[in-house]
Design a binder for this molecule. Structure first.
Ligand code: ASP
Length: 486
């Protein structure tokens, strides 16, 4: 007999079926034992009565929550008045005929019945595979997948092509620290994990792709912050021969239909999404990601907005130099090189942020593709020519072979979903998030590597423990698992 899902059982009333899953709960009524069996799709009530063969009835008495079992039996309608209309299978039950126990389960470290917000989060993260059995988290993962699939289908219909870009790459400036990976074949050299595929997507425009997107992971080694993750997911997008308006319009269209299709209970406050200049936002709201909702208590109100016309440069006090507000490839709103160099504080950029309910959920820009403008920008930022060549030579060279005007944007997937799902933080919509200080409590990462690995990479083992100020912290974090390591 082929195994079916609990929610399919309704089609088999009077027939026999096979189900597999976890014991969600059990109620022992003496002569009768009720088991709620849970699988990917839902739960169903199984009945074991004492007129079954004794071995079977005895085995059913042993069942405990979270044991993994297989049951075959007859699908019958529940007696009148015994229906449970709260669950999809509540009008039927299964009269068990056979029972197989695949595996037993220890008592879980926490309950998975309710939403779980009240449970210590470190515990939830350590046993994330159990935490994910919780219906709320399962639902979040399912909706996440649906949203991503929707985005993919939408963009593919709009003639975009999804292209994977490397994870082992070179530093790209997004304003955070890089995670680095040592090279074994070239000791002393390092790859950087991408803070974003920024340079790759621009190179794809040089390659003539014209419309690129990717649901991509970005890696940023930032200082511990409660609601940040070292790796997060962006919808990364780049287009050629477009204006700022073209980019904002496609994003607006995508998010409107996405909300309409997947979150119909939500109300978008204003369509088209308001476009607020940076200076207006600062003047009126004192912040560049204003929450323009009318009723902030309403869980279903979505106030999208674009913040536009950011200044091109900001003055870094400590470093005593101008820096790009977004990144150096952002196109200034003037091509007058003299003006860029003489009055950097006056220059606006074709840069925009995408804002939802007071959160920045994305940002992007038109890019500078004229070498002389890019050079002027780098000069304002105080970069030496040689240094520019070393860092961005590949991009500058590419621009010498026929580069189209281009621009893009990268909305974050995690934050957006946390907002529309009314979740308090982005960890709730990620399968395996890390703590605020970048630890994976389930895998116990970061972790030491073996002496052999260090040797192969020509890295010195950490015999400098006494000198390294962070070593103590790392050791403490490992906690009791430390002793498991050789
Ligand atoms: N790469 C930028 C970021 O990750 C977005 C963009 O300019 O397209 O913020």
């Amino acid at each position: 007999m082929e195994r079916i899902y609990t929610t399919q059982a309704i089609k088999y009333i009077g027939g026999r079926i096979k189900l597999c899953g976890w014991v969600n709960s059990r109620r022992d009524h003496g002569k009768i034992i009720f088991i709620d069996l849970r699988d990917k799709k839902g739960t169903i009530q199984i009945v074991f009565s004492n007129n079954l063969k004794p071995e079977l009835y005895n085995l059913s008495q042993k069942l405990r929550p979270e044991w993994v079992i297989e049951v075959t039996g007859e699908v019958v309608k529940r007696p009148k008045g015994m229906e449970n209309l709260k669950i999809e299978t509540g009008t039927i039950e299964i009269k068990a005929e056979t029972l197989k126990v695949f595996s037993e389960a220890k008592t879980l470290p926490f309950s998975i019945e309710n939403d779980g917000y009240e449970i210590n989060e470190e515990k939830r993260l350590k046993y994330r595979y159990l935490d994910l059995r919780r219906p709320r988290l399962k639902r979040n993962l399912e909706i996440r997948q649906k949203a991503i699939q929707f985005i993919r289908e939408f963009l593919i219909k709009e003639d975009f092509i999804e292209i994977e870009t490397p994870i082992l790459t070179k530093s790209t400036p997004e304003g955070a620290r890089d995670f680095v990976v040592p090279s074994r074949l070239e000791p002393g050299k390092f790859y950087a994990l991408p803070q974003s595929p920024q340079q790759y997507k621009q190179l794809l425009m040089v390659a003539g792709i014209e419309k690129y997107f990717q649901i991509t992971r970005c890696f940023r080694d930032e200082d511990p912050r409660a609601d940040r993750q070292a790796e997060f997911t962006q919808l990364d997008l780049e287009m050629s021969f477009v204006s700022q308006n073209d980019i904002l319009e496609i994003i607006e269209k995508l998010y409107i239909v996405l909300i309409k299709n997947l979150f119909p209970e939500k109300k978008i406050l204003k369509i088209p999404f308001p476009r607020i200049t940076y200076s207006e936002a600062i003047k009126k709201y004192k912040i560049d990601k204003p929450d323009i909702r009318i009723n902030k208590e309403d869980k279903n109100e979505l106030a999208f907005a674009f913040i536009v016309d950011f200044p091109m440069f900001e003055w870094k006090k400590e470093e005593k130099r101008w820096d790009a507000v977004h990144h150096p490839f952002t196109r200034p709103q003037t091509e007058d090189i003299k003006k860029i160099k003489a009055e950097p504080s006056e220059i606006l950029a074709y840069q925009y942020d995408f804002v939802l309910n007071g959160y920045e959920i994305g940002g992007g820009s038109l890019r500078t593709y004229k070498p002389e403008v890019l050079e002027a920008v780098f000069e304002v930022m105080g970069h030496k020519k040689q240094e520019i060549r070393k860092k961005f030579g590949h991009l500058l060279e590419a621009f010498e072979y026929g580069v189209p005007p281009h621009g893009g944007i990268a909305p974050g997937i995690d934050r957006f979903l946390a907002i529309v799902l009314n979740e308090p933080n982005i960890r709730e919509i990620m399968a395996f998030p890390k703590t605020g200080d970048n630890r994976d409590l389930m895998m116990n990462a970061p972790a030491e590597i073996t002496q052999e690995q260090l040797k192969e990479l020509k890295l010195k083992p950490l015999s400098l423990k006494a000198k390294a100020p962070k070593a103590g912290l790392v050791k403490k974090r490992k906690g009791k698992n430390e002793k498991d390591k050789k």
